[in-house]
Design a protein around this ligand. Structure first.
Ligand SMILES: Nc1ncnc2c1ncn2[C@@H]1O[C@H](COP(=O)(O)OP(=O)(O)OP(=O)(O)O)[C@@H](O)[C@H]1O
Length: 276
């Protein structure tokens, strides 16, 4: 693992540089066969710095969701390795993988996926209740206050706005203090104000609580909340950006042609990402 070491992009600002919550090593994923074959991921090597907020961007079909699903153990890779902390996910049997996802990974999706018959608080603690784990009261209190849900804990999802429902989903992901949270278009169903609130909470949970978050997004202003942005094109990471702004991300996205192919050289070739 010398010349294919994962990216340290963004880690120069982080305590414990080189400390990754998740890593991939040369992962590949191909869908279909023959003429219908699609290379969704092409030898992707990347590290997600612990305690940082990472956004994944790229044109439609570039492999963002596939990369996230493979890193989170929701989909298998055809070759290469995925590690969550020190655990090599690609070696685990199904049951072990289910346990790892339950214990070490939090998920936030575009659809809030709340249980309609449960209150906000019951939804937040549900994964821990299922796992037979007791919530750390102090931590849970901090999470509830961070997402501003204290006055709404007894409400059922139908009694909450979309933004409030997504805050419940954020609190649910944060409650068990997972090693890493994967968020797939978490603001896709929200108006811009609620979206900004949710992104603010995610950023706060990284800054104040040291949470690690990876977020797939199409929205440059959402990516601007992150500490670093990884850009995918044709199943490869072609660029990284630290301290992004919406303007810089938008400008970089213009470097992909109508077919989604990268037309610009990586601006940070020294980052060590597998940008080939
Ligand atoms: N189950 C599947 N079967 C066949 N091809 C697939 C499957 N899932 C994804 N693909 C293909 O793999 C490529 C990467 O898809 P992926 O969904 O990861 O891209 P994306 O960047 O998340 O796209 P979008 O921004 O449109 O959601 C695309 O060409 C897609 O058509």
């Amino acid at each position: 693992m010398t010349n294919t070491a994962p990216s340290t992009a963004g880690a120069e600002h982080a305590p414990g540089a080189g400390d990754f919550a998740a890593r991939t090593q040369q992962i590949a994923k191909v869908y279909g066969r023959g003429d219908a074959q699609v290379v969704a991921l092409d030898a992707v090597t990347v590290g997600i710095p612990r305690g940082r907020f990472t956004a994944i961007m790229g044109p439609s079909g570039s492999g963002k969701s596939t990369l996230m699903h493979c890193m989170a153990g929701l989909d298998s890779v055809d070759s290469g390795q995925v590690l969550i902390g020190d655990t090599e996910l690609t070696r685990l049997k199904d049951k072990q993988l289910t346990r790892l996802r339950r214990d070490k990974i939090g998920f936030i999706f575009q659809a809030f996926n709340l249980v309609p018959t449960l209150t906000a608080l019951e939804n937040i603690t549900l994964p821990m209740d299922i796992a037979g784990r007791k919530a750390d009261k102090e931590w849970l209190d901090a999470v509830i206050d961070t997402v501003g849900l204290r006055p709404r804990l007894k409400h059922r999802p139908t009694e909450l706005s979309g933004g409030q429902q997504q805050r419940v989903a954020c609190a649910r992901a944060l409650a068990s203090r997972p090693e890493i949270i994967f968020a797939d278009e978490p603001t896709g169903n929200l108006d811009s104000r609620s979206g900004a609130e949710v992104l603010g909470f995610l950023r706060d949970s990284v800054r104040r609580m040291g949470q690690t978050i990876v977020m797939v997004t199409h929205d440059p202003s959402a990516a601007a909340y992150a500490d670093q942005v990884l850009f995918l094109s044709d199943g490869q990471i072609v660029d990284t950006m630290t301290e992004p702004t919406a303007e810089r991300v938008l400008e970089r996205m213009k470097g992909f042609d109508a077919g989604g192919h990268n037309t610009r050289p990586a601006s940070t070739p020294e980052s060590g990402v597998s940008a080939r």
